[in-house]
Design a protein around this ligand. Structure first.
Ligand code: V47
Length: 370
């Protein structure tokens, strides 16, 4: 359980009796179970759901909502995997969409106005192990104070294979040259059924947890994600969250959970993007079920700005950052902006009635914008 503040609970008017059972548990700090998670995902009483999740968020962080001045760097999109939902990746051979950044292009992402760089890319068939280490090393050399959030569990597992090293050795090498935090990508949905259908050549649940477990035991913090809004069921969404909660009980290293809304793009696994109501239910459910992960992130890039702002009253306490040139969602035709100014993020957070707090990748507070 996380530390909590004494906040007066709101008077919630319940229209859905199954949420009253959840509220009783929330008020006494009792852990929610699978059935409670399902009630949150299936309720039509989103007003009550939002108040419950907002109360839990405020009990933990008051009215603070965190954001970061950051940039995403995707050094290559060439990838040996063939995930059905991904519009970002290009095939290793003869794919006109494939790109590889030069060192100048990579280092141009590192400027003095950011506190975090988020690095993730394809599993390149030709790049050697040393290249990935060198990327982190050169960035650290250029920016000694920047927090570096780099490589998903999928990449760390791939590096171990191509570099003929253990997961621990890869993590050690990366930390030695400057890595601070692992991003949460690549988890998708911990369901063998969904994996078979959508990402059967990518690492599964066991390997994903193996990397994060090793990282946490070595003192490296990380994030975690869920890719939702495609063929997964509500049961599978709740299962996924509970598996992450179990891991957090063991190692405690997750900083934030990021629900990633599937961008239909050109892959079109389903006809339409998840609705805003479905987004808010997923954010609120995760805030209520995770009693041990500090933040749930409202990722404006995939949710769109309006829903992302609204999610700040449904349990989310982080809105990611300024980001700049994002490729994973935008190659999948996301209609959110190509980056935001600090002022825009502050405006969004204040419009939700919250207090903007600038942070780095480790959630060290840099400045409270009162
Ligand atoms: O792992 C790929 C997903 C992830 C699509 O840790 C897609 O702070 C939606 O993990 N629609 C990468 N999602 C992004 C990610 C992330 C983003 C922001 C913050 C953090 C963090 C992590 O994007 C991939 C995959 O799950 N993805 N294609 C798509 N069409």
């Amino acid at each position: 359980m996380l530390d909590t503040m004494a906040i007066v609970p709101p008077e919630v008017l319940f229209r859905d009796p199954s949420l009253e059972r959840v509220w009783t548990k929330v008020l006494v700090g009792e852990r929610l179970d699978h059935a409670d998670g399902m009630s949150c995902l299936q309720t039509w009483d989103v007003a009550a759901l939002g108040q419950m999740a907002d109360y839990v968020a405020r009990r933990r962080h008051g009215d603070k909502v965190f954001f970061v001045l950051n940039r995403q760097l995707n050094p290559t999109n060439i990838c040996v995997l063939d995930c059905i939902f991904c519009d970002f990746a290009a095939r290793p051979k003869n794919d006109p969409r494939g790109y590889e950044m030069s060192w100048d292009e990579i280092l141009a992402h590192v400027t003095g106005d950011i506190n975090e760089i988020h690095i993730v890319g394809g599993l390149h068939h030709k790049w050697p192990y040393e290249k990935y280490v060198e990327i982190v090393r050169r960035i650290r050399e250029k920016a000694p104070d920047l927090t570096i959030k780099a490589w998903t569990a999928v990449e760390i597992d791939f590096f171990a294979k191509i570099g003929k090293r253990s997961i621990e050795q890869v993590l050690e090498d990366m930390v030695e040259v400057g890595l601070d935090v692992l991003p949460g990508g690549g988890a998708e949905v911990f369901s063998q059924r969904v994996r078979e259908a959508l990402f059967k050549h990518k690492i599964g649940e066991q390997e994903w947890f193996r990397v994060h477990d090793a990282a946490h035991r070595m003192g490296i913090r990380s994030n975690c994600t869920l890719l939702y809004g495609h063929i997964e069921t509500h049961e599978e969404r709740v299962d996924h969250v509970i598996k992450l909660r179990d891991q957090q009980d063991k190692t405690g290293g997750f900083l934030a959970f990021i629900p990633l809304e599937y961008q239909v793009g050109t892959t079109k696994i389903v006809e339409r993007q998840a609705s805003a109501i479905e987004d808010l239910r997923t954010i609120a459910m995760s805030r209520l079920v995770f009693d041990n992960i500090p933040h749930v992130k409202s990722y404006w890039v995939m949710l769109g700005e309006q829903t992302a702002e609204m999610a700040l009253n449904f349990g989310a306490t982080d809105i990611d950052g300024t980001i700049g040139d994002e490729k994973i969602a935008h190659f999948a035709l996301a209609d959110s902006a190509a980056g935001h100014t600090t002022e825009n993020l502050i405006r969004m957070i204040r419009a939700a009635g919250k207090i903007p707090v600038e942070r780095d990748a480790l959630y060290n507070e840099i400045r409270v914008h009162n």
